[in-house]
Structures are given as structure tokens and as C-alpha cells.
Design a protein around this ligand. Sequence first.
Ligand SMILES: Nc1ncnc2c1ncn2[C@@H]1O[C@H](COP(=O)(O)OP(=O)(O)OP(=O)(O)O)[C@@H](O)[C@H]1O
Ligand SMILES: [Mg+2]
Length: 346
Amino acid sequence: MTTDLIDGFLAAIPMPAVLVDQTERLIAENSAAAPLLGQEGKGRHFATVLRQPSVATAIEACLRDRKPRTARHLANDGAQDTTFAVTLRYVPGIGAVSGGAVLVCFDDVTEREQAGQMRRDFVANVSHELRTPLTALIGFIETLRGPAKDDTAARDRFLAIMEGEASRMNRLVGDLLSLNRVESEERVRPKQSVDLGAHLGSTLKTLVPVAEARGVSMNLEAPQGGIMVTGDPDQLQQVFTNLVENAVKYGGDEVRVLLSRSERDPAVRAAAARVQVIDNGPGIDPVHLPRLTERFYRADSHRSREMGGTGLGLAIVKHIINRHRGRLRVESELGQGSVFTVILPE
Ligand SMILES: Nc1ncnc2c1ncn2[C@@H]1O[C@H](COP(=O)(O)OP(=O)(O)OP(=O)(O)O)[C@@H](O)[C@H]1O
Ligand SMILES: [Mg+2]
């Protein structure tokens, strides 16, 4: 095979690939391999450009016995780690000396591995979240059957706790289903027209009992005349309910909701509505901010659990806002309260 033909074949392989012949030198590489090798590899001994022991050992062995092999290659471009699954196959009849070369292909499996890790973490989190209330329920059932059998006062108290634990599990399952639904619809653009001012007014009304129970005052400041956005009213209600509920639960004694509109919002580079939920509570430590919308992430996990939170609220919020092609901003300083801003293109 001519060099041109070999180069042509390698260029057609949709992943980094190099060929090493029996002289142990690279006889060809495609352009995708350039960042991996860090320098022009052609003509060099393979060990000078592919230094990782796992890959180098596999190439050596494959040149010797011509059997297929696999290896792993870890790369780091300074910003992030990349994992490659490397496959080695012997191609007879090309290259110098006794003929034949090893074709080494690098398949980037980083995302697949991350997705697997995320799935495992998710299952572990869900199991953990369900196990806590279940353990409590089982414990109380045992107590009610045994020691507290004839103790009416204790029975009522235990049943009340059991009810609380069961509704926590119910909420968790409800949130998980909701998250699933939101994620599966994320690519479907919402179509309805929503009058945000009126919508926020009715959402706040449903939260009055929660706010009153905690002695928190709520205020909506919206401009005269409606602000319309294209959206899914039920999902938007979920967004604002969670943000205002969080402000009531984790904030201070005052929650302000501000609605405004801008002809050209820099965040979405279009005309957009802005809803800000502002509280005067203890705020959120900046270390938590980047991870706040992750599933099950809680800034103050003790307090959140105590309040019956599942830690899924902001994950759902983020997916809904993505579906609306909007943005969520969180600004907070310890001791200064928090501002959650939702930007929705019109
Ligand atoms: N306004 C706020 N002030 C302080 N901390 C907040 C505020 N809003 C959210 N947090 C923190 O962010 C965490 C995540 O919020 P999220 O809404 O996702 O979960 P949750 O409220 O605990 O549970 P759920 O919303 O499912 O009931 C909360 O547990 C809390 O620690
Ligand atoms: Mg919440």
C-alpha cells in the first residue's frame, strides 16, 4: 500500500489513530491524533510520543505476537481529564521490514464513563434518601407491635411521626417522577402564552399559609400592564413555588418577588422577563453555589431535611428553565440573604 493510501485510510477513521510498524516507529497518524501525541509523531519511535506504560506495553506485545489488544490512555489538556479506550489491531502487509503494522485507535469514553458514574451516584442517592424514612417506619412499626402496644399516647405520637416519614417518601417519589418528566420534555418548546404578573400573583397566594406559619411576609412588585412570555404555566408554577418556598424556608422574615422586563436582556440576548426572588436570610456560602442545582445537593443538609426537603427542587427548576431557553442566576452572600433570578425570553 502506498503511503498516500495509508494516510487516506487513517484520515477516514473518525477518532485518533496511529500506525506503528515493525521498526517500532510511527509510519502514519491522522489529524485527530495530533493533540494526543503533542508533537509530530511520524518517523518517531512510538515510546517517545506514547509514553503511557499501558499503551506502550500493548504496542510492543502486539508487534511481537500480532494478537489484538486493548489498553487505556488517560490524557489531560490542562483543563480536563479525558479517558480513551485504546484498541490495537495488527495489519499485515504494510510498513517496513517483515511487513505489517499495528493500528492503534483511541476511542474517547470520558462521557460514557461519566454517565455511568452519574447513574450509579443517582441510584445510591435515591436509595439513601428512601432508606432513612423507611428505617424509621420499620422501627416504629416494631415499637407499636411490642413495647408501645397498649400505650395510647405513645401510639398517637408514633403514628404522627410515621405519617411524616411516609409523606416524605411520597414527596421524594413525586419529585423524582417530576424530574423525569421535565427531562424527557426538555427539547420540546412550550407553546402557551403566560401572563407572568397574574401567574406570580396566584402562585404566591397558594404559599400564603406556608409563609404565615413561619411569620414571613411576601411581597410581589410587578409593573402595570402584563408581561407575557411563552411558557408552560404548570411548570413555571413549579419553578416559582420552589424558589419562593425555599426563600420562606431558608430565608429570613421577608421575601420579595420582583418582576421586570427588558427589551434586550444580555443573558439571553433577546427581549426577556426577569423574576427575582429575594430573601433577607442567612444566605448561601459561595462554595455551594456552583453545585446548588445538582440533584440532592443541599447547602445546609440538616436544615433542609428537617424542613422535609428532598434536595431535588432546584434540579427540577433548572431543567424547566432550560426547556424555556431561560437562565437561572443565584447571588448570595453570607448574612446578606439570597437573590434567585429567573430570566425567561419572551
Ligand atoms: N433562599 C435560600 N437561602 C438559603 N439556602 C437556600 C435557599 N434556597 C435554597 N437553598 C439551599 O439550597 C438547597 C437546595 O434547594 P432545593 O430547592 O433544590 O432543595 P430543598 O428545598 O432542600 O428540597 P425540595 O425543594 O425538594 O423541597 C437547600 O437544601 C438549601 O440548603
Ligand atoms: Mg426547595
